[in-house]
Ligand binder design. Structure first.
Ligand SMILES: [Zn+2]
Length: 328
């Protein structure tokens, strides 16, 4: 799963050295772009904040015939439509009034972005119905169903970010802030699971289970609450007698908050999205090869297939309330 452990052996030392050099340069350039010192071990390298505050969007590559070039120099494969990708926006070639994005395969980006550091992790944002106004995209293109993550990838990316964030805080001795009494958190991105309002936590983690009992959540957007109870629910159950319910995070989340070694691998996000994406194809495709059919039979139960089909849907924005709010 960790592709750093099975990289090409250095059979041609000069080529490997050149490759390392390119990765080092790309790492420095990304660090500069997000306002960090190029080289944290070199005292002469100084941080200069980037007022543009680039974000690392996790999104789905839109339709195109040949795909898009991956920004990582040494990568020779294009990013194909429907692949999960990272868009750094604004990109490094943006200038005032004209914003470009830099696109990467998720695994390529992980080679230069150190997500075991909060300065990188904090910039990760799944592109969803709630966040797209901040992504600088044409709304018509997004409303055609392009770019936005499916429900499973959304939940997995947010949960990956939360788990890795918690591990970073524990490693660095940062105490989790206790704001559970201050009211409802409306996002699960950067708080410990324990700090969430218990009613909201119940919705986030227990929805879909036969044991889930919905509770009243004051001030919560009814559209979002409905989505979290249905399309986005992480559990799938065969009913009250089911003592082996299916859980999205148990199945696919590679970084676990109870396993500090999760921080040692650079590729936990791409591994998570890869496993998920592969099963989405198996569960939803109507023209699998014989090998694919065998794999589906071996790896997916009817309950899993039902769950994956539900979570493979992309939740679209609440257009009516967006109109009322003047977003269009
Ligand atoms: Zn690439």
């Amino acid at each position: 799963m960790d592709s750093t452990s099975n990289e090409h052996p250095a059979a041609v030392p000069s080529a490997a050295g050149e490759e390392d050099e390119r990765i080092i340069e790309a790492t420095k350039s990304l660090r500069r772009h997000i306002g960090l010192a190029e080289d944290p071990t070199d005292p002469s390298s100084v941080a200069s904040p980037n007022p543009e505050e680039p974000m690392f969007w996790i999104e789905v590559a839109p339709p195109s015939t040949r795909g898009a070039k991956c920004r990582l120099d040494s990568c020779t494969e294009n990013i194909m439509p429907d692949d999960y990708r990272i868009a750094v926006n604004p990109g490094s070639n943006s200038f005032r009034g004209h914003q470009n994005s830099d696109y990467y395969h998720v695994a390529c980006f992980e080679r230069i972005a150190d997500f075991s550091q909060a300065a990188f992790l904090d910039r990760v944002q799944p592109l969803t119905r709630r966040m797209w106004p901040f992504r600088n995209l044409k709304s018509s293109s997004m409303l055609d169903g392009n770019y936005l993550l499916d429900a499973g990838a959304e939940r997995l990316t947010l949960e990956w970010k939360r788990s890795v964030g918690k591990l970073i805080d524990e490693r660095d001795g940062v105490k989790a802030k206790d704001d559970s009494k201050d009211g409802l958190k409306d996002d699960s991105t950067d708080d410990s699971k324990d700090d969430l309002n218990p009613v909201f936590r119940n919705l986030l983690y227990n929805a879909g289970s036969s044991k889930y009992v919905p509770q009243e959540i004051p001030n919560m957007d009814t559209f979002e609450r409905h989505l979290l109870t249905t399309t986005l629910a992480p559990n799938e159950s065969d009913g009250p007698d089911d003592d082996d319910e299916w859980n999205l995070f148990d199945e696919y989340l590679v970084a676990r908050e109870d396993d500090p070694t999760s921080l040692d691998s650079r590729h936990t996000l791409s591994a998570t999205l890869f496993l998920w994406g592969q099963h989405v194809v198996l569960a939803t495709s109507s023209n699998l090869t014989e090998k694919g059919k065998e794999q589906k039979e071996a790896e997916l139960t009817p309950k899993a297939i039902r769950a994956i089909k539900r979570l493979a849907v992309t939740p679209m924005p609440d257009i009516q309330s967006a109109f009322r709010g003047g977003r269009f």
